[in-house]
Design a protein around this ligand. Structure first.
Ligand SMILES: Nc1ncnc2c1ncn2[C@@H]1O[C@H](COP(=O)(O)OP(=O)(O)O)[C@@H](O)[C@H]1O
Ligand SMILES: [Mg+2]
Length: 440
């Protein structure tokens, strides 16, 4: 099909399919949502911490949570707030290597931007959401002009932070997908940030994000003490009331409406992950033919099923393949018990030492696969819900998958083994893993 022919301007913007209803849902990763819900406490606390300066522990913070919990969205939101407050924001993604190159690129870009911009009015001082007084553009212009591409990363960052200090502003380094970063590069960055922010107390703030499993990998690495000392936040699970508010307003703002019990059942189906809420809303919209028709109960049922299918492919399966044998065995055992059970009963069916069991359980909690319930039981959680877990187990049994392997943590695990030239190592992840390669 010739898509270009259908690119026609609608209300000043380009919509690829003019006859398709314009949904305001964003069923993808890293997309700015139409409405940010359930993050008020987190965002205001981080904002306060960043505004308070290097002595506040929240000035260097880490967001931990499973895929789809909304980490990238919060990073982007705070990055925008900082930028609006006149800060220099360096947005980096550890999954694509070359932190230093990206900063140099940024400086080149900022230089062009500032050279093209007119001078800001002298003496103009603004009070901003970060409670920092800034002279927009001027200090940033001075800073980037002084910098040289040949400099090392520490000198670049120190120069930016020095200029920021002189003008009572700050620099924010944002680092997403930390779990996929290459260790040598992250170690160097950790040492530089430790020196600049902690030892020199310069206004270089840090906001990182990654999967919770980092607690046992990167954040346990003795050569990355800066990251280990950052203030840690687990992404809060989405509350059904926030999901309902989001779905109702997002549909309403695009001219849609709900019928019967569709809204509460879609809010319930959203579970704890914002990504799933977006999938549920998006598919309900499409199935119902909104905004011309209200979203009814039937559309809600079909949409929930479709959202589950996509969640399974994009979230559950990659997480399952990243688990080791013992972790998978634990989940199989939990499934046998109907999805919930006391730890002793789960352990009774497994040939795993109690020390390993502790690690297995901690990892599964961090990965969002199980939750510890108030009564002390362990329950299957949203990242691989019960239905999905059953499906995976059936599939594996069908192919004679796991019988041949034992429940020891490393037995039977086939490594990816891809060559990682920058790290001078091979990838240690399980073959077919999601995300970037990892050398440690
Ligand atoms: N607080 C929120 N309110 C509404 N939608 C959200 C929220 N956080 C995330 N989303 C939506 O969920 C999707 C997944 O979020 P993302 O930040 O990419 O998750 P993560 O980085 O944790 O994998 C995004 O595309 C966004 O549209
Ligand atoms: Mg993300």
């Amino acid at each position: 099909m010739d898509f270009s022919a259908r690119l026609v301007p609608v209300n000043g913007s380009l919509r690829p399919f003019p006859d398709a209803p314009a949904s305001l849902f964003t069923p993808d990763f890293g997309q700015e949502p139409h409405l940010l819900v359930g993050r008020e406490g987190l965002v205001s606390s981080l904002r306060e911490g960043l505004g308070a300066g290097p002595r506040d522990p929240r000035f260097t913070s880490l967001l931990l949570g499973p895929r789809g919990s909304g980490k990238t969205v919060v990073l982007n939101h705070l990055g925008s707030l900082a930028r609006e407050s006149g800060w220099i924001v360096l947005p980096l993604d550890a999954g694509t290597s070359g932190v230093q190159e990206r900063i140099i690129e940024y400086i080149g870009w900022a230089r062009e931007l500032h050279d093209a911009a007119p001078d800001a009015g002298a003496g103009r001082i603004e009070r901003t959401s970060f409670r920092v007084k800034v002279l927009p553009l001027e200090w940033q212009r001075e800073a980037v002009r002084e910098m040289r591409p040949r400099w090392g990363l520490r000198r670049h960052l120190t120069t930016l932070a020095d200029h920021a200090l002189q003008h009572r502003s700050a620099v924010l380094l944002v680092l997403d997908e930390m779990q996929s970063g290459e260790r040598p590069e992250l170690r160097r960055l950790s040492a530089d940030l430790q020196h600049i922010t902690k030892n020199e107390q310069l206004p270089l703030a840090f906001l990182g994000a990654g999967l919770s499993e980092m607690k046992h990998t990167l954040l346990d690495d003795k050569r990355m003490t800066f990251f280990a000392r950052c203030d840690r936040r687990d992404m809060p699970p989405l509350a059904p009331v926030d999901a309902a508010r989001f779905l109702a307003q997002t549909a309403r703002d695009a001219g849609g409406s709900f019928d019967g019990d569709a809204l509460p059942s879609l809010a319930e189906a959203s579970g704890s992950l914002p990504y799933k809420m977006q999938l549920v809303g998006h598919h309900a919209w499409l199935v119902a033919g909104a905004p011309d028709h209200p979203i009814d109960d039937q559309a809600a049922v079909v949409a929930s099923r479709e959202a589950n299918r996509i969640m399974h492919e994009r979230v559950s399966l990659p997480v399952w393949h990243d688990l080791n044998e013992a972790e998978q065995a634990y989940l199989r055992r939990l499934a046998e018990l109907g999805g919930e059970g006391p730890p002793t009963q789960i352990a009774a069916g497994l040939d795993i030492s109690s020390r390993t069991l502790g690690r297995v359980l901690a990892h599964l909690v961090n990965a969002g696969c199980v939750a510890l319930m108030p009564g002390g039981t362990v329950r299957v959680a949203d990242v691989i819900p019960m239905e999905g877990l059953k499906q995976i187990i059936e599939q594996e049994n069908l192919h004679g998958g796991h019988e041949a392997r034992s429940a020891s943590p490393n037995a039977g695990r086939t490594k990816c083994n891809a060559l990682m030239p920058r790290a001078r190592a091979r990838c240690i992840m399980t073959r077919g893993h999601a995300g970037a390669h990892r050398s440690r």
